[in-house]
Ligand binder design. Structure first.
Ligand SMILES: C[S@@+](CC[C@H](N)C(=O)[O-])C[C@H]1O[C@@H](n2cnc3c(N)ncnc32)[C@H](O)[C@@H]1O
Length: 177
């Protein structure tokens, strides 16, 4: 399954940390790429450093407009999942989503344009109470991949965590000049 994420919404400086966390959750929970509209350019450096240290090649792409990306992905046979508290219950729809090949997950920031509800193949609610795009995204990605995202390897990592009951066990790759 190929998963990409797009964050839409207005630019808010106070949103920077949330945007970074949406990108970190996307990467750690098995997505390959995130598109975002106007954000702090530092986010690319942050994610590049995370990739270098912890592996993988998760991509961040800055875009001007969200709509052409959503339309292009639809043409490429991605199914569009829009996360919204008004959507169909994730409990009802998760089995159907697990069967899909390629997914573009849309999360909002502030106000979400009405059009996205129509463009989406699925409007999905993670519960029907307002909470956060970070939590909604994490739960959706976990439900559709059934926890398998945590078995995935992150190639070319400088550091790899060996899960341990107590303390920290980190394998550090030897580098030779
Ligand atoms: C802080 S909320 C903004 C809600 C805002 N009132 C709106 O116009 O949609 C930011 C994003 O979190 C996600 N979100 C929040 N609660 C959710 C829920 N219960 N289920 C699914 N997604 C949710 C949606 O993607 C939403 O656009």
């Amino acid at each position: 399954m190929g998963i990409e994420v797009i964050r839409i919404g207005q630019r808010l400086v106070r949103d920077d940390r949330v945007t970074t966390h949406v990108a970190l959750v996307s990467r750690a929970f098995g997505a390959e790429k995130i598109f975002m509209t106007e954000v702090n350019p530092e986010i690319k450096d942050t994610l590049a450093k995370i990739n270098k240290t912890w592996g993988g090649d998760f991509a961040v792409e800055f875009i001007d407009k969200w709509k052409p990306i959503v339309k292009k992905k639809k043409e490429e046979n991605f199914k569009i999942i829009h996360l919204t508290m008004y959507g169909e219950s994730i409990n009802e729809i998760q089995e159907q989503l697990q069967k899909e090949e390629n997914l573009l997950v849309v999360v909002g920031a502030e106000k979400v344009p009405r059009e996205i509800y129509e463009l989406a193949d699925f409007n999905v609610g993670v519960g029907n109470q307002p909470h956060s795009e970070i939590s909604a995204l994490a739960i959706l990605l976990d439900r559709i991949q059934k926890g398998e995202q945590f078995e995935k390897s992150f190639p070319n990592a400088e550091r790899k965590i060996m899960p341990t009951k107590n303390g920290k066990n980190v394998q550090v790759k030897e580098t030779r000049d």
